[in-house]
Design a protein around this ligand. Structure first.
Ligand SMILES: N[C@@H](CCC(=O)N[C@@H](CS)C(=O)NCC(=O)O)C(=O)O
Length: 234
């Protein structure tokens, strides 16, 4: 049996982490049965969420997990892609996971309006008395890492502009097809869903929501994946 350890459901999403939601989307698209459980990050092999327990094998990092699943079950989503399409998938994945993510994380974790919603979302996985303190430590850690990397030194306006440029590249690449590379989803569609649903699903008036709203085909993509893969429980 495959168990996914992730952030718990919140704000109408199965998980409020883009990487955890990406993994759940991949599993549903590839029709691999799983159970999702809130994860204690201290037990994660890479110290981050998500991780999986697959018949006793503990594996961390959503991309390492997807590679493992491809080895075990076959490459159900990406096998048909040409070398050129694989190159585009790789470049967009790196941009989304290593750049868009950090712009999003800074905007989320530095928002005053987000604070009560993050506290509520984290409450099932944090101890009741010191949960608020731990959340403060997590917030500091994320913002400090972003400062050290460099992206955290931009203003919010600059971050929103960087986010807009990433989304524009994704939007142009998606075009007017239902999914990247055609009529059926690939692993890139799972990644994009994890991020878009998290940007659009925030219960506070997050500025990143309006930026996504500038790209009708991205709104359509998010709605399409949600209707097809997340209408029913796993
Ligand atoms: N490369 C990792 C990134 C995972 C990641 O950054 N997860 C976040 C939640 S969205 C996390 O666990 N953050 C806690 C921390 O950094 O201490 C993956 O693809 O799984």
């Amino acid at each position: 049996m495959l168990t996914v350890f992730s952030t718990p459901p919140a704000w109408g999403l199965p998980s409020f982490s883009p990487f955890c939601l990406k993994l759940e989307a991949y599993l549903r698209m590839a029709e691999i049965p799983y159970t999702a459980r809130p994860g204690d990050i201290r037990k994660s092999p890479k110290g981050k969420l998500p991780w999986i327990d697959d018949d006793g094998a503990l594996i961390g990092d959503s991309s390492v997990i997807v590679d493992h699943l491809k080895q075990k079950h076959g490459d159900r989503l990406d096998a048909r892609l040409s070398p050129d399409e694989r190159a585009r998938l790789h470049a967009l994945q790196r941009m989304i996971e290593e750049h868009t993510y950090f712009a999003l994380a800074i905007l989320r974790w530095s928002s005053e309006a987000a604070k009560p919603h993050l506290k509520e979302a984290f409450s099932p996985i944090l101890p009741p008395l010191v949960g608020g303190l731990i959340l403060g430590v997590i917030r500091k850690g994320i913002l400090k890492t972003a400062q050290a990397q460099g992206i955290g030194r931009h203003s919010h306006a600059e971050l929103l502009d960087r986010l807009r440029r990433d989304l524009e590249a994704i939007s142009v690449s998606l075009g007017d097809t239902p999914y990247f590379f055609g009529d059926e989803p690939t692993s890139l569609d799972a990644i994009l869903y994890g991020f878009l649903a998290n940007m659009l699903g925030t219960p506070w008036d997050a500025p990143e929501k309006a930026v996504v709203g500038e790209f009708p085909n991205l709104l359509g993509h998010c709605a399409r994946v949600k209707a097809r893969y997340f209408a029913a429980p796993a």
